[in-house]
Design a protein around this ligand. Structure first.
Ligand SMILES: [Mg+2]
Length: 169
């Protein structure tokens, strides 16, 4: 169960502040794309995201997208618009390969890197397997791949309920 437990829970990716990262010795961020930075399959970048990325940049925190996308050209375009790095193609989370590529691009080690995403079974699991600090955000929208909706989300609710219970006891 430990591998499915995020280190930090936040509502929105913008809640991951440079101060929070600095306090944990984190100087690099690997981030999910869909439902973390943009709505599922979205193509517009919200001002809030742009401001967040600027704040990280000012603080010297490098950012790299690792997405399980089936649309690499969209990923490439969005990463370029945001001015951040990306793992080319499908990052295959929760496998470690994609995140290893991200760490290489970021030139950072696992203990100085955070993995931010909205899914336990891909983002958090991959991050924990590599020893990154894992941060779970609430999904930006409820529109998503039907398999994710039916299977993963139900199990996520169940696991998070247990994690919150443990945290409060
Ligand atoms: Mg996602």
């Amino acid at each position: 169960m430990g591998l499915l437990t995020p280190d930090i829970l936040v509502n929105h990716v913008a809640d991951v502040t440079p101060e929070m990262l600095r306090a944990r010795g984190i100087r690099a961020v690997v981030t999910d794309l869909d439902n973390t930075l943009v709505p599922w399959r979205g193509t517009d970048i919200a001002e809030e995201i742009t401001a967040w990325l600027l704040a990280l940049k000012d603080a010297g925190v490098a950012v790299c997208i690792a997405s399980n996308t089936r649309h690499p050209s969209r990923l490439e375009r969005l990463a370029e618009q945001m001015g951040i790095l990306h793992v080319p193609g499908n990052a295959s989370k929760p496998r470690r390969r994609g995140l290893r590529i991200a760490l290489n691009l970021l030139n950072a080690g696992p203990t100085e890197t955070a993995m931010v995403g909205d899914q336990l079974f891909t983002d958090v699991l991959a991050g924990n397997r590599l020893g990154l600090t894992t941060i779970l955000v609430n999904p930006l929208t409820t529109r998503e791949f039907i398999g994710t909706k039916l299977v993963s989300r139900t199990a996520e609710r169940w696991i998070l309920r247990g994690a919150r219970k443990r945290a409060s006891s």
